[in-house]
Ligand binder design. Sequence first.
Ligand code: CA
Length: 375
Amino acid sequence: MRALVRALPALLGVAALIGTAVTADSGARSVAAVDGPAVPINRATPTKLMPLGDSNTGGADAPGAAYRADLYQLLRADNRPVDFVGSLASGPAGLTDRDHEGHGGWTIGQIQDNVVGWLNTYRPDVITLQIGTNDMYDDAGAGAAPAKLSTLVDTITTTLPETRVFVTSIPVLQDPAHHARVAAFNYTIPGMVAAKVAAGKKVSYVDANSGLFHPYDFLEMWHPHYGAASKAAVRWYAALTGQQVTRFEAEQTANAVISGAPTRRTQITSASGGAKVGYIDLPESFVKFSFEVGAAGNYRIRARGANGMGTDCTHKVSANGGPQQTMLYKSYGWDLLGTSKVDLPLVAGKNTVTFAKGECYTELDAIDISLVPTA
Ligand SMILES: [Ca+2]
């Protein structure tokens, strides 16, 4: 399938990683293979989602949310009626629904020993399952992990046969021995999921992590930073909604030009790509993205921004020099990023989308672009 959004020739950085590896298409095909709506989390159906796994679901990095904060905000930006469920709760101000089952340090076996009780208590419609990192400490644990994951998926689908289970790869680890174990484990997951689908189970594979992280994206060996996890959140969102989404980092010179002193790039681990653009302070300050889309249409532009002003602030956003729309950012703090959105018409081929200073001040981290969702 032709990509709807692609970077200009010089822009094949993060955009290429996400644009080529996001599993929106494969996720939708997997879902279509079983009964039920093609879009698991659609705008019409209240949906209970259980984020299930270890600390890379619960969140080891402040503010303790992993991919959940950005996934929830992306879903809510579409007005999707999603309710996160689980026995634990953690996360930043921007995550207003903090429930989850992301248990720090837990192995597949520990989740197995407890999952039936959680399923019967919370009755989720959708599960995002990321587990196995804590089985990668040694060869024996890693060798047993694929069979344990398969058993866990069977336990879930036997307990709640109508629940849609999305199983992902786990992040690479910054050590050769651990990396080799992770790679071997990840390699088995698509085939395991395909066997479940063939058996009529409502299971899908999501590659939420492969090829996504750089060494600077990690808090330490085991945990991608909060900002890095936002890149995985985009892939989860794509799989759960059927949307093909492309991320452009605001701080990457190949994606966007910045203008109006003192506007400049700043590094911070809560930002996607490890950096954002700040000091968009003057009336003439702006960040101007350039990219291509395959077809004309109405596109949803989601902005990951940081507002520490204690009140709502805005950017004025326009496409191709057209009318400005207001991107409104809640105040969660300069270190905590929130997702906002506007819809803008784009033309086939090259487009520019410009973020100009609006009311008070917001820093800009990244934008996520897709067609305006219809389901
Ligand atoms: Ca960024």
